[in-house]
Design a protein around this ligand. Structure first.
Ligand SMILES: Cc1cc2nc3c(=O)[nH]c(=O)nc-3n(C[C@H](O)[C@H](O)[C@H](O)COP(=O)(O)OP(=O)(O)OC[C@H]3O[C@@H](n4cnc5c(N)ncnc54)[C@H](O)[C@@H]3O)c2cc1C
Length: 414
């Protein structure tokens, strides 16, 4: 054994939610795990609204207690607003899932908690260490620490959980453009917004701007701070010819219900912008490696599915790596890719139907049946693998079928 090589059973690139849950799971199963993380935590990352499905996964991996102890804002549901009409989904009114609520979290805090949990379970963390190259055959990653020293990590299996860093997609030539349109998010944090008083103050509120030109996320935290972001196409943003702050102010002002909510608020962070964040890969696994979380496919922020899919894929990968390292055969195409794509494709249908407006016509239709509402609630909770749900079972046809069954003479409020 070469003393200069840092050996472990599994090496994980990235200490976000996907990497941390995989590390915690594998460490608890008795494997040695090295996590290589580019920056020092806490670090900011976008994406602060969780889904109830996260709680199943965090509980399964012994991480929920630490999260629940933080006093985060409890998120009981999601509300959508169009032209003054609000449609609210309470996660507990689902089709039989265990968790009917979740949390709104500042990711710099939440991700740090998860990473500390992974370390508590025995994973070894190398912070401020950036992976710069990877050799597939020898399962070896080369990295640079903050002092410029080169570190070499070798393992039996490697997980790329590098999120927006997309280490394996870039190093192994697996990057693929997303089929989704390029969209921008223009976001800030503020205090002093007027929160609802009907028990939905912990909900994520989504305000639809104009003629479905943009939508606005409103994510309230328990310390009185609220995250507010506008999502629209690149062309729409550019058509205003404004800087981030001017654009943010203009869109909020021109969206009556959002404008009411933020009238007396004060921004406490500069208005930032992220664009072109949707991404895809040509493969999610290869010889003794796999990719999890945002290092694979990232769809769109509208249903807050990112952390849920990161946790789901990290948990799933850890389970399969355990199986493989115990000498059993793993069918990665079926057991990993097939499983993950089932959930991702359910969200994809919803994302597409959100942007082309079909989903609005269902959400805001006053006469939809209770089962439809509960099924949507379950899906918005992140339960996208439950075949009891018609939107999961028939994910490619259920939206159009539902629309065709809704009474036409009382079309969704426009
Ligand atoms: C506008 C927008 C809004 C969003 N809103 C939500 C939301 O409300 N809810 C939600 O669930 N999701 C949301 N998301 C998605 C969410 O941001 C991601 O899905 C989530 O962060 C993915 O987690 P991850 O663990 O895969 O990656 P990350 O959280 O990105 O973690 C990856 C880690 O890898 C490290 N890394 C990168 N490169 C290297 C390297 N070379 N070497 C070592 N380490 C490296 C990084 O420093 C980072 O800490 C949103 C996304 C966008 C774009």
């Amino acid at each position: 054994m070469d003393k200069n090589i840092l050996e472990s059973d599994v090496l994980i690139i990235g200490g976000g939610p996907a990497g941390s849950i995989a590390a915690a799971s594998l460490a608890q199963k008795g494997y040695s795990v090295n996590i290589i993380e580019k920056v020092a935590f806490p670090r900011f990352v976008i994406g602060e609204s969780l889904l109830p499905r996260c709680s199943d996964l965090l509980f399964k991996n012994g991480m929920l207690e630490a999260v629940a102890a933080q006093g985060y804002m409890v998120k009981h549901g999601a509300a959508f607003e169009r032209n003054g009409v609000f449609e609210k989904y309470d996660f507990s009114e689902n089709i039989g899932q265990e968790y009917g609520s979740t949390y709104q979290v500042k990711r710099e805090e939440f991700d740090h908690i998860l990473l500390k949990e992974a370390v508590r379970y025995g994973a070894k963390l190398y912070e401020e260490t950036e992976v710069t190259s990877y050799d597939v055959d020898s399962v070896t990653a080369t990295a640079k620490d903050k002092d410029g020293n080169e570190l070499v990590f070798r393992a039996k299996f490697a997980i790329d959980a590098s999120g927006y860093g997309r280490v394996f997609p870039k190093l192994l030539g697996l990057d693929e453009p997303s089929e989704l349109r390029t969209r921008d998010a223009i976001f800030t944090r503020l205090t002093g917004d007027t929160r609802p008083t009907d028990g939905t103050d912990g909900y994520i509120y989504i305000y639809i701007h104009g003629n479905n030109d943009a939508w606005i996320w409103t994510i309230p935290f328990s310390d009185g701070v609220t995250s507010v972001g506008i999502v629209c196409t690149d062309e729409y943003f550019n058509s205003y010819n404004m800087d981030n702050e001017q654009f943010w102010n203009t869109i909020i002002e021109a969206t009556p219900e959002a404008s009411k909510r933020f009238k007396n608020s004060k921004k406490i962070a500069p208005v930032g912008k992220i664009d072109g964040y949707s991404a895809n890969v040509s493969a999610m696994h290869g010889k003794n490696f796999c990719m999890v979380g945002n290092a694979t496919e990232f769809l769109d922020p509208v249903f807050s599915s990112g952390v849920t899919l990161a946790l789901e894929s990290g948990d799933r990968a850890a389970m399969l790596i355990d199986k493989q390292l115990r000498g059993e055969t793993v069918d990665w195409a079926e057991e990993y890719v097939g499983y993950m794509m089932k959930g991702i494709n359910v969200f994809r249908e919803f994302v597409n139907a959100w942007y082309d407006g079909r989903l609005h016509d269902i959400f805001f239709h006053p006469q939809k049946k209770n089962l439809i509402k509960r099924s949507i609630s379950s899906l918005l909770g992140g339960y996208v693998w439950d075949d009891k749900n018609l939107f999961v079972r028939n994910h490619d046809t259920a939206i159009n079928a539902t629309l065709s069954m809704l009474p036409k003479n009382n079309k969704a409020n426009k």
